[in-house]
Design a binder for this molecule. Sequence first.
Ligand SMILES: C[S@@+](CC[C@H](N)C(=O)[O-])C[C@H]1O[C@@H](n2cnc3c(N)ncnc32)[C@H](O)[C@@H]1O
Length: 668
Amino acid sequence: MSIHFFKCNFVKSKLPTRSSRYRIGKEIGGAIYLHRDYEDELGEAIVQAKLHLNDEVDYTIVKLNLKTKAISFICCDDFDIEDEPEVGDSIIVHPDGQTRRRSKAKDPEIYHHKWMFVADDYKGFDVERSRMRSLRWINLKGLNKRKIGKKSYWVENVLPRLNGQPRDEVSEPRESWGEQLSECDKAAKPMTEVPRHKTAIKRGSYSKPVKCLLRDGLLSDSKVFFDYGCGHGRDLDLLADIDISCQGWDPAFRPTAPKNEAAVVNIGYVINVIEDPNERADAVRSAWALAKEVLCVAAQIEFAAPEKEQQVFGDGYLTSRGTFQKYYNQHELREYLQDVVGTDAISAAPGIFYLFKCEEAKQQFFATRFKRRYTVPRQRISEVLFDQNRDLLDPFMERLTELGRVPAASEYAASNAIIEKFGSLKRAFKLIQKVTDESPWEEIAQKRCEDLLVYLALARFRKRPPLSKLPPTVQKDIKVFLGGYKVACGRADTLLFRAGDPDAIDQACQRSNVGQLVDNALIFHKSCLDSLEPLLRIYEGCARALVGELDDANVIKLHRFSGKVSYITYDGFDKNPHPQLKERMKVSLRSLNIDWFDYSTWDDPYVLLEKFELVNDNYKQRILFERFAKSLRRIGIVSNNNQLKKSELSIRLKNSQVHLQGHRLVNS
Ligand SMILES: C[S@@+](CC[C@H](N)C(=O)[O-])C[C@H]1O[C@@H](n2cnc3c(N)ncnc32)[C@H](O)[C@@H]1O
């Protein structure tokens, strides 16, 4: 051991201790921080705060301000992975229920001593090893205590000293590091030179692919689920909580679990951690062999790759933790899966694909993806017969609305009761039309017909199935609305080819009665998508077929001339009077390229000026948005492209001696 090293770098080692009042967590600066697994320790305060929290917040850390009693729910995706994880976006809930968002800083803060946030038996990382790491740096001389919480300072000033520090010269002897495998690591011995098990994180909520399966109705309590490469098995725990029968296998964490067949199989973020291409393809094939209806595959995509340089290893990279990561682009991942499995890979979201084994499940998925929701037409006059039979007719009207046509007897569970009462389903429908007026039903039928055309046009991408392979309800829809499969496919093809014609797209954009028409594009809120004419829905659908669903994007831009579609995320579209531009994904239908632009770290981002231009007349806050925009126009705050730099907007408001209170202008 070099005495010189010790002299230069260490004074007496003393580790901080976990909070004594809560028995767990790190107390610092008048607040306590702990991992969400232990949030119950905060008692009633956390229960109350969570009532104001949107379900979608995927937080890892909880902070209680001991003075104000405000609770922050903080994202920290790399908590289990990094020694000093980054502090991400957060939502702060005040005791009066007011909430505030805080975005991750451009130069993020980091958490030190993460072992204090959890108990000793926590399984997400090696707690003892983390404690030892604290011991290694805590008494390094010359650290700037005020800057040490910032990532940049840590990376530039502390890590080089830690990394250069000989292991023998720290407080624990080298051997003990190897011996101090946590329970988790003991159960999860590395299988190869590359420690793949280290890539598994302890998730706070469902993984993205499982969220997609639930969103798309492919996973429900009537389906059995199998998670291939399940890591710590958090998805399995959460699905079991909602009564979905599920099992999983993982070579590191559940090596002895059986690999069972299931209707829905997931292989989430596994192939990107396998460094051997043959083994990677074997894993996909094995998961596919277990899937009876659909296999969901998720992998890291290239725009999720960290910006810092990584060491090239095989066809991917070695991370600083010695794990392997391969980053795919969407198109490449689709081609890869199609090659390995020999069936269509359908985009569910960036980096996530479905591979269907059951044709009916696949067609059902597509038919519902492009099917819009309608409200039941309102009754105009009450007729005696109608009123007397409301209990029979109300659910029948729901079904009529859903189908847009009279169902076949087999398509409606209570058909017998209706037939007994009215003679036939058609006669019951006639009665309903008399009472409610005919036109709304015609409109529904027209829209249903358009939905079908959109579905059939986009099905062309994936080799359209024969009629007999479509679900019986869709077969009947095609016959009733479009007069037969051949005619329907012909009409759908015409539309699809026109979607590649810039003139046709430009004219359709000009005809659109929703959204804002600008020089090169039609821009609208995503809620308007279903109100577009079929040609534009198909144009957008082509982009979605490439990129999958983008749940966070709230604004869509259809480029009029260049064959591109952009999906744009503005932060807090409804709540924020001027939502900030957060990210944008541009899909080129000609080159199949996807570009991703991240604005979340910009100091002076663009803000959206007039939201009302982008929404439909029936959007719930449209009147409020419009009134607000007009008051801004009155004081001369306008912009050609409907956005301004945030700083520019502040200057203009200041010059006009006003400030904002929600969606209101107030004199300063
Ligand atoms: C990034 S984790 C993902 C875990 C989990 N699916 C999730 O999304 O939270 C990658 C997992 O792949 C597992 N793994 C490594 N090689 C594998 C293989 N050949 N087959 C299946 N899983 C494998 C690792 O043990 C690790 O748990």
